[in-house]
Design a protein. Sequence first.
Length: 488
Amino acid sequence: MNKYLLSAFLLLVLACSSTPHDVQESNRLPKIYPDYIDVTIPVGIAPLNFAIADPQVTTVDVVVRGAHGGKLHANGKDADFNIKEWHQLLTQNKGADLYVEVCAERDGRWTRYRDFRIHVSNQPLDEWGLTYRLIPPSYAMYSKMGIYQRDLSNFEETPLIVNTAIPNQCVNCHTPNQTNPDQYVFHVRGEHGATVIRRNGKIELLKAKNELLGGSMVYPYWHPKGRFCAFSTNKTLQMFHAAAKSKRIEVYDSESDIFVYDTQRHSILRDTLLMRKEWAENTPVFSPDGKWLYFITARRQNYPADYNKERYSLCRVAFDSMSGRFGTQVDTLINARTMGKSVTWPRPSYDGRYLLYTQIDYGYFSVWHPESDLWILNLKTMQTYPLTAANSKRTESLHAWTKNSKWFLFTSRRDDGLYTRIYLSSIDRQGRATKPFMLPQRHPKEYYRLLLYSYNTPDFTLRPVDSDAFKLQHDIESEHRISTQINQ
């Protein structure tokens, strides 16, 4: 290259780049989006890219140093770290802190803020990624929605099934067996409705409804051995608040019961303890050893007038996977009558130590309750308490554990009060949550501000889900369905 052209090129590069100069020191922490200040993260997580919350900031210059060595640098409209270098830095500093230095340019002036820390946990994540549903803000129409999977080590998201391939259908509730991608269930609602089950490398489509049950198969949860899957059957209704400023919609069930589906015999196991006429049983989950079936139950109310008097207790009943029989006694673990609150979405950790649940004022559909908070039950001591560090002033709900029970995820509306986003946190040795961090994105400020979809029913997956979307679409559009029978 001609030396004059080279000089001109270098001048152009320098003119287009912006590096800190004449920097003014500030003792304040930077206001960054997402808020990653003092969070705890696992080795292997995607880079925690961030932007300055102030829209007047044009350039951010970030240096990350590890307590055990290593350094990263990013300069641009946001902190966009090199993925390979980020993972090397986390591996080098496992169990130690990262120190983040932030300089921001606003109106041509640079400010250097007080450094903040990110702690790299000793506890591994041990999961490849996530599965979740992305849904639009709609109350009645299915619109465009889909089930997706996301690699947690980078920003790659791929669809498993999107309802534009099966028009006018609703797809929801992708539920693996303890994060195992080879065994899962999800529902399709609409003209080609079905319950889709994958087990032992084979996909089966069940009839969406069994009239003897009085409803569809809802809220699934697998028995750890894989033969059985618990469901509730619900007649779900919704109503809209006319005056409440903080609440838009209420979802309730006019009827709900619990049963267990036997995948080998295509039969439904029922018990009168779980199908009481004056009570509403809901959201069943098996204990990690398979010996207990947890569920929530509430005395039925006069709907919709007394919807806010419905409060669910947490209960459990024994289950014998050899005989497929339930126990003869229901134990109440958290009593809604004495507590004055409602329990929903119970999820036991896979190591058997804890049970994570959501507490709300009434009802069970926590997504629409701004007072919804995460609570935990110690299954050894039976003590229960809120996960204060994970909660916010807005809705927390729909949580799930990693297989090693060291990390959990949940959805929250804390970002803007409108859309649910995914957050991750860990449980320390004292059973307390670490400060959660939002699911990383390449350009998070741009991504989340433009995303007009909510994350719904997320879960971890040990490996990528191997799914043939074209064949699955063909099977759903076919008329072939397996009938379920009631086990008498």
